[in-house]
Design a protein around this ligand. Structure first.
Ligand SMILES: [Zn+2]
Ligand SMILES: [Zn+2]
Ligand SMILES: [Zn+2]
Length: 128
């Protein structure tokens, strides 16, 4: 059974990589099909988050989305993302944007998590 675990891990990672954006549990489930059960997807995603391979985004719809981390892996500390995410309200896709806004925190405050999601309509959906 060990082999199957590793297999689900790499399948989930591959799905996230090829999507080029963030995926919810449901999106992953429909991409991967029924070969991987829901509990495994949850477990693997949580592990990826802890390992700094994937970061979690909470959408304005209250759902959790997961996207590949660019450079958190080696540090294994807290994720230090400060980029903005965009969720398309038409097609539902969630993207990591390059934009990193400067937020002035009061003196002595430390940011540990940054969750900023802009909701709107993506370029593909505006064209239709
Ligand atoms: Zn990260
Ligand atoms: Zn869209
Ligand atoms: Zn992101």
């Amino acid at each position: 059974m060990k082999r199957r675990k590793t297999q689900s891990k790499s399948e989930i990672l591959a799905a996230l990589k090829t999507s080029g954006g963030a995926l919810s549990h449901d999106m992953l489930q429909s991409t991967l099909g029924t070969t991987i059960d829901r509990a495994t997807i949850y477990r693997v995603l949580n592990r990826f988050c802890e390992d700094g391979m994937v970061h979690r985004i909470i959408g304005d719809d209250g759902k959790q989305y997961f996207a590949i981390c660019e450079n958190c892996g080696e540090k294994k500390e807290m994720h230090t993302h400060n980029h903005v995410h965009f969720r398309c309200m038409k097609c539902g896709k969630v993207e990591c944007l390059k934009s990193t806004p400067e937020i002035d925190l009061p003196k002595g405050y430390q940011a540990k998590m940054f969750n900023m999601v802009i909701s709107g309509v993506c370029g593909d959906c505006t064209l239709i």
